[in-house]
Design a protein around this ligand. Sequence first.
Ligand SMILES: [Zn+2]
Length: 164
Amino acid sequence: MYSCPACKKISINLTTCSSCGVVFKEFLEREMESRREKYKIESRKDLQIIFKWIIFLTFIITTPCIFFAIASGGFIPVAFMLPLMSEGVFGFVVVAIHLLIYTPIFYYLSRLFSWALFEIRSDVIRNSLFAIFIALLWAMTFMPIYSRAAHSTTGPYNLWSIQN
Ligand SMILES: [Zn+2]
């Protein structure tokens, strides 16, 4: 006596259900296949979210943004604006305004890029494009496109020399 996995009724047959007629082996194979498919979709979704946040963080750390402030403006990534928040109420407000503008822009761009990457069927091509994209953003930090002070005549520097 078997309990049918499809209709949950007790079946007197061993291979097919005596109530709903389903073939047990086929039913279970189909169940397993759909579970595998569901797992594949879910793990793709997880990877897409991971890609999105890696792209977002890389944007925040590497991409130069126009920064308006009286004494210390320039062309710096969002992450490099953050320390200025500790410089009094004025610094805090100025940086907060920049964050309110740049953070959503980078977030939606990251979401758009990760979505576009996952439109690509091939795992190898998608992951390679992702790696190249991230590498290019980091390579950008070695180019002289950053500057510290808006009114300064020095610069531009690469990201790793403006700190000096
Ligand atoms: Zn049944």
